[in-house]
Design a protein around this ligand. Structure first.
Ligand SMILES: [Zn+2]
Ligand SMILES: [Zn+2]
Length: 347
């Protein structure tokens, strides 16, 4: 019922930006170590990614862009975008193995109830450009491949940033419900993800953006999640749920000003887990952002333990007993956003 696979290759660790760049693969190695130390891999299967053929990338990326990444990867200098995503030697190969991990996580779902690729979750990558530390959009690609087997796919993106690349790549896909909860504020990356962005053409209404103000704590985050995301998921009745579990909505994150605690994160994962079983849906979960490395590794560890139903209660910190409260100002703002979203989405 909770048979879980953990997709992993040591080569993942090579996808780590040099110098003082905030994206480090230390998050992934720490999470794997936390799981190992607690004997998790006696119950969770370790699965190696099967390297994808480059052609598969063309499902979501321009051929010229793939060539550009290869060239920059061989040079190992400059940037893949306007200045957030530096090129390093081998970035193409390390991005490809992580993308392959998400594809593998999808493909093994005939043998597992849940599969996890913490090496994935690059939701900012666009059709012909890198963005926000993301080279290839494994999320959109994984979903495109999943569509060969699944009819109704729900993406729930709880990274602190809007999943703009994925939204663009799947905007008119009528088989996919795309829910993104993220911080939304003037000047905050990537700038998109407002409530009015609801998808295109026949897929109108299948894009659900839940923009949250800085300072949103567990109480109001969960309120927005329960009022909007939950009824949307329930009425959609997915057969596959794709969780993008970015760790940067955590209150300790240095780049995002949302205030989810481990308890808040776990509540969300538990709720999605329950809904998935209710509709006999499989779950695939990737990582995402997360710039407090230890917090992110803990969130992933606890989330994986929840999916596999392992008892990791001793792993929770003392402070994880309590929710983080939002200010009165934030409460008012979130209530307004939720009311607006209810009108937009007919809830
Ligand atoms: Zn389960
Ligand atoms: Zn993020």
């Amino acid at each position: 019922m909770h048979k879980t696979a953990f997709v992993w290759d040591d080569q993942y660790l090579e996808y780590s930006f040099p110098g003082d760049h905030p994206f480090k693969s230390l998050r992934e190695s720490m999470a794997k170590k936390f799981l190992e130390e607690r004997g998790a891999f006696h119950q969770i299967d370790l699965v190696k990614p099967v390297m994808i053929n480059e052609d598969l990338l063309y499902k979501v990326h321009a051929r010229e862009y793939v060539e550009f990444v290869k060239k920059k990867s061989a040079d190992g200098s400059g940037y893949l975008d306007e200045g957030d995503t530096p090129a390093f030697k081998g970035i193409y190969e390390s991005a490809l193995i992580r993308t392959s991990g998400t594809v593998t996580a999808i493909k093994i779902l005939d043998k597992y109830d849940h599969s996890v690729n913490i090496g994935g979750g690059f939701h900012h990558a666009k059709y012909s450009s890198a963005s926000g530390f993301c080279v290839f959009n494994d999320v959109a690609l994984g979903i495109k491949i999943a569509e060969e087997k699944f009819k109704k796919i729900a993406l729930v993106d709880i990274d602190g940033h809007h999943g703009d690349g994925t939204q663009l790549l799947l905007a008119n896909d009528t088989n996919v419900l795309k829910i993104s909860l993220h911080m939304f504020h003037k000047g905050f990356f990537p700038g998109s993800g407002d409530a009015e962005e609801i998808g295109e053409g026949e897929a109108k209404g299948l894009t659900v953006n839940i923009p949250l103000p800085p300072g949103t704590g567990d109480d109001m985050y969960l309120y927005a999640f329960n009022e909007i995301a939950v009824p949307k998921l329930e009425s959609f009745k997915p057969d596959l749920v794709f969780i993008l579990n970015g760790g940067d909505s955590h209150f300790t994150d240095p780049l995002v000003e949302l205030k989810l605690s481990n308890k808040g994160y776990l509540d969300i994962i538990k709720k999605i887990h329950d809904i998935s079983h209710k509709y006999n849906a499989k779950i695939v979960m990737t990582g995402g952002g997360g710039y407090n490395y230890e917090s992110t590794a803990k969130i992933w560890t606890l989330s994986i333990a929840e999916l596999a139903k392992l008892d990791f209660s001793e792993f929770l910190d003392l402070e994880d007993c309590c929710y983080i409260a939002s200010s009165e100002f934030v409460k008012k703002k979130v209530i307004e956003i939720v009311e607006k979203l209810k009108k937009i989405h007919g809830l």
